[in-house]
Design a protein around this ligand. Structure first.
Ligand code: F6P
Length: 363
């Protein structure tokens, strides 16, 4: 009789909507094969810990979880196993412990759900320890190559678009400029999509330089056109006109994005006399219940990842291309950083709507 295949699943990097949908789908699909799915806790930390932190996932444990935000497995977005910061300040290579954890658990394959950084680390571990890895793309930033959508992006866009709707009502009521700062790191996908969906008058993204005078002119023109309000959406990694990123360091010494919205609000108010208010949307974009699209993608990716394991097709990442799940080499996806396409449909659309999108040639 064939041996039951033991497969691990973990979520790495920042959480987002749709992770639980992938986990549930993998567990449901595994029933089709002689396969058991082990949920590894806290990303690779679960394989590094002794005792190991993992549990067998049965259908009861994953029942209904596709509706919920976050990840039932927990995750971390720090702690590179190859240069792991120990409590005493030492930096230690703990990759052998992770690899050993995989073997101790008796795994024959690992499904890793992560973004570009996390998948690159998992792939390095897989190569070093001969682990059989299948990857599932997730990141609200949507900056992974090949796949048109990563898990979590659509949910983040939905949250940001809804925030713009809400900000528009209060903007109209108070005759104000409302500024929404969204996540995305160096990729402007969330701001661009949410800005179109939420009717922003100005969309600023890291990929396109902007001119503050032009932003102010646009807002003043809107007043001349008879509109008493405006909305502006900006990606957290947009720089000031002098080229600085706006960041702050917290008491744990972590340097985080945050503040370009306030910078712009102050500049706009002092230059135009218009009243402005700023909202930093932050982690509400990650912690929301997943959108229907992220539930669908999560289901499709989870099923396809288990199918790849069944076929023993490893070192592959599932991807969403032309409304289909395909699989591609993990290396190809992480090598191709996906910024906003300056000649793409969404850029053309925003410009076509008359949105100020920065100093880009009017197409
Ligand atoms: O990469 C995903 C992301 O949400 C970015 O958009 C954001 O800059 C970052 O993670 C925030 O990370 P943290 O949860 O550590 O604050």
């Amino acid at each position: 009789m064939a041996k039951t295949k033991r497969v691990g699943i973990l979520t790495g990097g920042g959480d987002c909507g749709g992770l639980n949908a992938v986990i549930r789908a993998a567990v449901l699909r595994a029933r089709h094969y002689d396969m058991e799915i082990y949920g590894i806790k806290g990303s690779i930390q679960g394989l590094m810990s002794r005792p190991l932190e993992a549990e067998l996932l049965d259908i009861k444990k994953v029942s209904g979880i596709f509706r919920y935000g976050g990840t039932i497995l927990g995750t971390v977005n720090k702690g590179n196993p190859f240069a792991y910061p120990m409590p005493n300040g030492e930096i230690v290579d703990r990759s052998p412990e992770v690899i050993d954890g995989y073997h101790q658990l008796g795994l024959e394959a690992l499904i890793g759900i992560g973004g570009d950084g996390g998948l690159a680390l998992l792939r390095r571990l897989a190569q070093q320890g001969n682990l059989n890895l299948v990857a599932v793309p997730k990141t609200i930033d949507n900056d992974l190559g090949v796949t048109e959508n990563s898990i979590g992006f659509n949910t983040a866009v939905s949250v940001a678009a809804e925030a713009l709707d809400r900000l528009t009502y209060t903007a109209i009521s108070h005759s104000r400029v409302m500024i929404l700062e969204v996540m995305g790191r160096d990729a402007g996908h969330i701001a661009l999509s949410a800005g179109i969906a939420g009717g922003a008058d100005v969309i600023l993204i890291p990929e396109i330089p902007y001119d503050l005078d032009a932003v102010c002119d646009r807002l003043l023109s809107r007043a001349l056109w008879g509109f008493n309000f405006s909305t502006l959406v900006v990606t957290e990694a947009v720089k000031t006109p002098s080229g600085e990123l706006v960041k702050y360091t917290n008491s744990l010494g972590q340097t985080l994005y945050g503040g370009i919205g306030q910078y712009l609000g102050d500049q706009i108010s002092s230059r135009t006399g218009m009243e402005s208010r700023v909202t930093i949307l932050g982690h509400t974009q990650r912690g929301s219940n997943p959108s229907p699209l992220d539930r669908i993608l999560g289901a499709a990716f989870g099923v396809a990842a288990v199918d790849l394991v069944a076929e023993e097709k490893y070192d592959r990442m599932v991807a969403w291309v032309n409304r289909e799940v395909v699989d591609v080499p993990i290396a190809e996806a992480i090598a191709q950083y996906r910024a906003v396409d300056l000649h793409g449909t969404l850029v053309r659309t925003a410009i076509g709507l008359g949105t100020y999108l920065g100093e880009i040639e009017q197409l």
